[in-house]
Design a protein. Structure first.
Length: 312
């Protein structure tokens, strides 16, 4: 699996989550993969890029950066920053089959079965992803004017974990057509940034993957334990907003066990980096403190009230 490539994106807001995602992928795979990190240099400082480099070298993860220029017309959308559009730019310029992973997830044992079991399913297909159980709920779908959701229906997929056939992507001229669709974002009723663009563009050329490869932590599963290979913290509520075992966790719509599982991986990452580089360890710990301090008690209560209305 030496030709396996994981692509992702980074800006100054997601430095620590990206490292946690990459660390979890390396921890739970005995196979080699290359991590390709897309970024816009207006949104990622050189200092943070150096810190990412230092940490990934310590973790012995093969990686490279690719700089892209995000069109200024592609705007942030609530908790989704315009950096999410980097996945489209990377698909435009890369070759072969790549696996996109959002920064706000952790990889668990057997996550890399995606490379072995599903890449062959992408012959003459643009993408393979997991249906989004939140967006496809009847309550959401029935009142939506979102053309991507209306076209895809129950098959509307979440773009956080996505196998992309870059060769076919370029063969059918998606790089020329997706910017045109993006300019009609509001006219098409889109709501979820590039995810809606992807669903709209790929509605006739996609495959669905098992839910275990993109298990949404926020309202995406029942209390019965579903086998999970990738746990995705999609949505506005993030596990890094909390301190481990904090009483505030009981107010969250995220499960306590999922938050603590994530923070345990975060702690392991910082400790492993710290063994080789005390300065980098301090920077990561400082970043984690900043992320927690950004979340005020009032904001947490308001945020959870909104999500309860959406998910009830």
């Amino acid at each position: 699996m030496s030709d396996a490539r994981v692509i992702t994106a980074i800006d100054d807001n997601y430095l620590l989550p990206l490292l946690i995602m990459a660390f979890s992928a390396k921890k739970h795979s005995d196979k080699k993969f290359e991590l390709i990190i897309g970024y816009d240099d207006r949104k990622l400082s050189s200092q943070n890029r150096d810190l990412i480099t230092a940490c990934l070298e310590i973790l012995q993860i093969s990686f490279r950066f690719i700089s892209v220029h995000i069109d200024d017309q592609l705007l942030d959308n609530s908790h989704i920053t315009s950096t999410a559009y980097v996945r489209l730019y990377l698909a435009d310029i890369l070759e072969g089959i790549v696996l996109w992973l959002d920064a706000d997830l952790i990889c668990l044992p057997n996550w890399d079965d995606l490379f072995r079991d599903y890449r062959e399913d992408l012959t003459r297909v643009l993408v393979a992803g997991v249906r989004d159980p939140i967006v496809t709920r009847k309550k959401v779908r029935n009142y939506s004017k979102n053309m991507s959701l209306l076209h895809m229906g129950d098959d509307y997929f979440n773009s956080g974990v996505l196998l992309i056939n870059c060769d076919f992507w370029n063969e059918v001229d998606v790089p020329e057509s997706w910017p045109i669709v993006a300019k009609n974002y509001e006219n098409l009723g889109f709501e979820f940034s590039d995810q809606c663009i992807l669903n709209y563009m790929c509605k006739d050329s996609y495959r669905l993957l098992p839910q275990e490869f993109n298990q949404l932590a926020l309202g995406g599963r029942s209390q019965s334990e579903i086998p999970t290979k990738i746990l995705h913290f999609a949505g506005p509520i993030k596990p890094w907003d909390y301190k481990r075992f904090s009483p505030m966790i009981v107010l969250s719509k995220l499960r306590r066990c999922d938050i603590n599982r994530y923070l345990k991986v975060q702690s392991e990452l910082i400790q492993q980096v710290g063994v080789a580089n005390i300065s980098a360890k301090k920077e990561l710990k400082d970043i984690s403190k900043v992320l927690v301090s950004r979340k005020s008690r009032l904001f947490s209560l308001k945020e959870n009230l909104v999500m309860r209305l959406v998910l009830r």
